[in-house]
Ligand binder design. Structure first.
Ligand code: 5AD
Ligand code: SF4
Ligand code: FES
Length: 368
């Protein structure tokens, strides 16, 4: 068996079956996979971790994803919306601490007031930092026009997880209606690319009803879509959600964790020069989960810089880490952990995905 994995690791191109075998690797074979991913990381993107200061600015959401703790249907959540000043303060914190980039993440909304507010904050965040701060958005599905407006206003990366690329599974974890539509979500990813964003997607790993075959197809989707960044992590059940009903069908947390690390390592080897985030959900399972992901090929970490008082109300899943810590605590804590994992923190660098540069350059070269 070990030899078989070794043989796959030595191949130039992987087919679906190779991916499935790699996803099932255990013990020594799994170690070989992580080692290879680390080598590829060093060669193509360097042993550096980029920070993106995460601002979870609002937990109002008009969607009802079956897995998420802040879904509209959960009436036990105390809803909050940071003020513009609080958001800008977090941006200032990131800038002063040389994080170089921030991510604005929030529940999904598409009303006019919201769209204008984001646009306005983008301009302000840029002005506040001499245009220096890099801004990633993670605000769900929007129209092409909205994506373009926000791009114009200064955002240059966007994360929109497809959650799963298997349509049938997609509708087991989401309602099926106007607000939750598989084709619409795929279209949104194309609209993001078309608007000029470095485009990121991702999936949840070890969902109920999910198979290794589904995950192999997810990896192939990332490759075919030619994505610039990926953020993916383990599914963690939340009591106040409909999917909780299937908790007995889940594999143990530790297995979900290692399956997630294998997804990261395989993807690093498959798409050498993209950015891969070490999802916070990894740390909800293992206290040094994100650092283990860094060793297995991830190169982006999103330290939470949301004001501490609001963190308890942004629990997409249970056991979310760093809920009581302030942004300063996380900065010192993380740097030590990343150094131990063998990376340096790339302070003051945007850390754009080299893949994006290579893909847009290629497009330039073939223009007549
Ligand atoms: N477990 C793990 N990840 C979750 N997300 C939402 N709910 C959960 C959960 N229960 C992830 C989704 C979403 C991202 C913001 O958080 O993938 O895209
Ligand atoms: Fe809303 Fe995102 Fe949670 Fe879905 S995953 S309910 S869109 S916050
Ligand atoms: Fe938040 Fe360690 S990273 S406390």
């Amino acid at each position: 068996m070990s030899e078989r994995i070794q043989k796959i690791l030595e191949k130039e191109d992987w087919n679906r079956n190779d991916l499935i075998q790699l996803l099932n690797a255990t013990g020594e074979q799994q170690q070989d996979l992580f080692k290879k991913a680390h080598e590829i990381k060093e060669k193509y993107v360097g042993l550096k971790t980029y920070y993106r200061g995460l601002v979870e600015f609002s937990n109002y959401c008009y969607k009802n994803c079956y897995y998420c703790g802040i879904r509209a249907g959960n009436k036990n959540v105390e809803r909050y919306d940071l003020t513009d000043e609080q958001i800008l303060e977090a941006v200032q914190f990131a800038h002063q601490n040389k994080y170089a980039s921030v991510v604005f993440q929030g529940g999904e909304r598409d009303d006019k007031e919201f769209i204008e507010r984001i646009e306005n904050i983008l301009y302000k965040a840029k002005a506040l930092t001499n245009n220096e701060i890099g801004i990633t958005l993670s605000l769900g599905e929007q129209t092409l026009e909205t994506y373009q407006r926000w791009f114009e206003a200064g955002a240059h990366r966007y994360l929109l997880r497809i959650e799963t690329t298997n349509k049938e599974l997609f509708y087991k974890i989401h309602p099926q209606n106007r607000k939750h539509n598989f084709e619409r979500r795929i279209q949104a990813l194309y609209d993001l690319k078309r608007s000029g964003y470095q485009t990121g997607t991702g999936v949840m790993i070890a969902l109920p009803f999910q198979t290794t075959e589904h995950l192999a197809d997810d990896l192939l989707f990332f490759k075919n879509f030619d994505v610039d960044m990926v953020g993916m992590g383990p599914y963690i059940e939340h009591k106040e959600t409909p999917l909780y009903e299937f908790k007995d069908a889940l594999i143990p947390l530790k297995d979900r964790f290692y399956l997630s690390l294998r997804m990261i390592a395989i993807l690093r080897i498959l798409m050498k020069d993209i950015n891969i985030a070490a999802a916070t959900a990894l740390q909800a399972i293992d206290p040094i989960g994100r650092e283990k992901a860094v060793k297995a090929g991830a190169n982006v970490i999103m330290p939470n810089i949301t004001p501490t008082i609001n963190r308890t109300n942004y629990q997409l899943y249970e056991n979310k880490p760093c809920i009581d810590e302030g942004a300063d605590d996380c900065t010192t804590c993380l740097e030590a952990r990343i150094t131990i994992a063998g990376d340096t923190v790339a302070y003051g660098e945007w850390g754009d995905s080299p893949h994006f540069k290579n893909r847009t350059k290629k497009a330039e070269d073939i223009k007549p």
